[in-house]
Write a protein that binds this ligand. Sequence first.
Ligand SMILES: [Zn+2]
Length: 479
Amino acid sequence: MCFVITGLFLVNAFNLYKRMMGAEEVVSALSDQYVKPVGIFYPRGNIYDSRGIRFTNTQGICGIYAPSKAESAAVAKNVVGEVAIDKDKTTSEGCKGISGIQALYDSLLSGGSAVKLNAYVDAMGNVTDAGYYVLNDHINEGCDIYLTLDYHIQKRYEEVLKEYSAQNNVKNLSAVLIEIKTGNILAMASEGGEMNNAVLSYQPGSIMKIITAAVAYERGLIDESTTYDCDGKVDVGGHERGCAGGAVHGNITIARALGVSCNCCFYTLAKELTYELPNGAMGSYVLDKARLWGFSSYGQPNKDRFPLEYEEHYSFVPEMLYNEMDIFNCALGEGRTQASCLIMAKITGAIAGGGVMNEPKIVDRITDAAGNIVPLEDEKVFDLGLKAETIEWLKGAMLQTAISGTAAGVDLNATGGFAGKTGTAENASDKPHGWFTGYFPANSPEYSLCVFIEQGTSGIKAAGLFGILAKELYNIYPD
Ligand SMILES: [Zn+2]
């Protein structure tokens, strides 16, 4: 539409000058005296939220995207990514997506060759009210991409992380919110650093106990009535290790052990879930399951990685275990184990969804310049491969965390409660990382949400932030 209007400006102005002087003089007058090039612009599609609110091109001129680093998205910046402009190039190579969705979908977003934007100027060289026009013909405008993100939730989550970061003097935080019935990522917020923290991987701490618990139950190693006697310490290959935070948990069910995050219990279970490999090292049913759920092995990046994950950062577990300390570290989500906020939100969502959920996605739909839908890859299903009774038991165990366990301080009763797991990942050099992954409402789950705070000191702190973010969702959408 905009091109038509600018075209009319040109025609009207041209007719006016033609009446005043001969045709040859017009061309000369337009180019020498009355027209001034104001820049080269690169037509490019826009990026929107699922309902059409723009993340990009809030500053565009006349419908022509004029991106630069300074104009990168204000909301969802780390998801949308950035474009780099090389003004010396007038082909589509002059404007390239270099990160996030801008890089991933560069060829679809690109609107082809650059266009020159000219303006009418008066004798003093000032732009007149006759407006701008495009010098050369241009038909391709690039595709528009509609993300699954919800602009309002994304914006508020980014604000909350920023406030939390300032108040608690922590640097890097992230939060991923997934709608369980669709697998749509509604928010992927990242605070601190240049990269998208939600897809970076860190030591996950005790949130990995969810996988150990699931595998132990699935394989019949434990049931509802199995108990563990925690005396506050455990022998790990001749070295004594204390339970979480120096606690002595006493005689507890395994569900309770997950709720209070008993290290002694989960080390003992993890040890019983190993098996011998031909080379003398140990395999682990827990690690095997983790790989089925999207973790890869160190040095072997997953080919099916999530579209926005960085090449060099991925969720991984050890290929094999060599000794008891290895088993201990692995059971506690430390050592050679790393996870992203995204993968934990995905696993949690699938648990809440009864063992199956759509593979999380960030792009909802793409339309071409004429408004036609561009076909996307078929949706994939993410299946945990667990029996229904395992899922039910696991959900009950994750509920213990919220009711009387490590996240009992978080109150979401007004909106139907929640279930989940805290993670405190000891970090050799500094304060521990804080994690919380959970779902809500507790009895009819609609959302999974994973929160990560780098050096956030504890999972309890992360659970607090989880509570704040869950409440924010209901503040934005009360129903
Ligand atoms: Zn214990």
